[in-house]
Design a protein around this ligand. Structure first.
Ligand SMILES: Cc1cc2nc3c(=O)[nH]c(=O)nc-3n(C[C@H](O)[C@H](O)[C@H](O)COP(=O)(O)O)c2cc1C
Length: 440
């Protein structure tokens, strides 16, 4: 054990030396390259996230969205823009953050097989999701509490989604109401659902979303209480601001209150989440239903009048049961590595979920998607569309609506480029034959 610690410390010292050296000084490009190398093989098992933290202290930060070359530029800008605890909330995984990294690494094990001499003068990135055709397969995954990242929160995201024509999924714990978001989006958004342990509360959220015009309810099933979000807890400790100025209470289910900080009831905790406005929360103690089981899904299916999707399924077995319960779609997700430390990338779960769904319902995937090539690989493995979580929030935190638009632009540009390079002029033409999975 001491030997491993010694090695880790030696690596850290080495990295610090590298970062401090004139060769790396201020170079985000070199820092990123080294970071990518570290994140793949060289220091597997080590807390590469913290090493990357060191690298990302670089002053080499973009000052406008158009300067960004890739999505990671927005991460650095977001880190600079946000107080430590808020960035920690966005960045955190659980335990060693290894599943967060695994989500990324999964894509590096898939290689692309480009076909040549195919006419790709015109590239069509559109996909159909239920009755709607979207101009790209890039969906904005639900992110809670976005006003912690930018004062305009989900409304700015909705305006960006409107400008760039993307499907947006709004969190139950959004800090803007679905009505405001829908007005800003100018089209239906999907409503993510944490039903709580009180049926009437969950039902009221569903009915409010349907009334507002939401065309799908996305029931998230991958989060139990008490995830060990160590990176968040450390960031909270590092943040010397007085949190109680904004946070009236801390909900111990998901975020441990910092020592000496306030703690309180569920109702106090969600005062800034408009989806709970006007509801009787006196008996609500948690976000998830109790018990969270397939009977609950059946009950929900009977209640939801629009499409019902389940987010967080990662196995063939659960996909099969979901289809049997009349679910309309699945999102393969591990909550961006923030729920449990499985070490299993969502891109590796995708094929078995698709198999379990048996081609009967659409299957989306999110987690670790940072490049157009990642999207291409997910589509080649059979995903109908993909979701992005943190990157959208990085763009928002750094530059508000223009930042989110730029994130979407970069991803679309990268996807178009790889589709052309691989000889695929439309999403339907991207097939399993366009990728090979490298043996471990
Ligand atoms: C700060 C943050 C808040 C999130 N809030 C929710 C949420 O309210 N509901 C939900 O279903 N998923 C939530 N997620 C998970 C995302 O929807 C998505 O599954 C995940 O971020 C995808 O991984 P990525 O961040 O690597 O793209 C959240 C993720 C983050 C980073």
């Amino acid at each position: 054990m001491d030997g491993i610690r010694g090695q880790t410390e030696a690596r850290r010292r080495f990295l610090r030396m590298l970062v401090a050296s004139p060769l790396f000084a201020g170079s985000h490009f070199l820092g990123n390259s080294l970071g990518n190398l570290l994140a793949t093989n060289a220091v597997a098992g080590e807390k590469a996230g913290r090493l990357l933290d060191i690298l990302q202290q670089s002053e080499d930060v973009i000052s406008s969205p158009d300067q960004a070359l890739d999505l990671m530029d927005f991460e650095i800008a977001a880190r600079k823009a946000l107080p430590p605890a808020h960035f920690g909330y966005l960045a955190t995984g659980v335990d060693d953050d290894a599943t967060v990294r695994a989500n990324r690494e999964g894509y590096s094990r898939i290689q692309i097989r480009p076909r040549r001499l195919v006419d790709v003068e015109k590239v069509d990135m559109s996909v159909r999701l239920f009755a709607t055709i979207w101009s790209s397969p890039i969906v904005i995954s639900p992110i809670s509490d976005q006003k912690a990242f930018h004062p305009e929160g989900d409304v700015a995201v909705a305006r960006a989604a409107r400008a760039k024509d993307h499907l947006q999924i709004i969190s139950t714990v959004a800090t803007s109401s679905i009505e405001e978001v829908m007005a800003a989006r100018g089209a239906p958004v999907w409503q993510q659902l944490y039903p709580t342990n009180v049926w009437e509360v969950g039902r009221a959220i569903v009915k409010r979303a349907e009334k507002a015009g939401s065309t799908a309810i996305v029931f998230t099933v991958d989060l139990q209480e008490g995830s060990n979000r160590e990176t968040l807890f450390r960031a909270q400790l590092a943040d010397k601001r007085e949190c109680t100025a904004c946070h009236q209470s801390a909900y111990t289910g998901y975020a441990r209150p910092r020592p000496g900080g306030a703690s309180g009831s569920f109702a106090e905790f969600v005062t800034r989440n408009p989806m709970f406005d006007g509801l009787d929360l006196s008996k609500v103690t948690q976000f998830r239903p109790v018990p969270m089981d397939w009977d609950f899904v059946k009950r929900l299916r009977d209640t939801v009048a629009v499409k019902l999707l389940i987010k967080g399924v990662v196995t063939r077995e659960d996909a099969q049961i979901a289809v049997e319960h009349g679910v309309d779609g699945l999102i393969v997700s591990n909550h961006g590595g923030r729920a449990e430390e499985t070490l299993r990338p969502t891109i590796e779960s995708l094929p078995e979920v698709i198999e379990g769904a048996g081609g009967k319902i659409p299957v989306l995937v999110d987690g670790g998607i940072r490049r157009g090539t990642d999207i291409f690989k997910a589509l080649a493995l059979g995903a109908t569309a993909v979701g992005i979580g943190r990157p959208e929030a990085w763009g928002l935190a750094a530059f508000g609506q223009p930042g989110v638009e730029a994130v979407l632009d970069v991803l679309r540009r990268e996807l178009r480029t790889i589709m052309r390079q691989a000889g695929t002029s439309s999403v339907e033409k991207i097939s399993r034959n366009h990728v090979v999975i490298r043996p471990c």
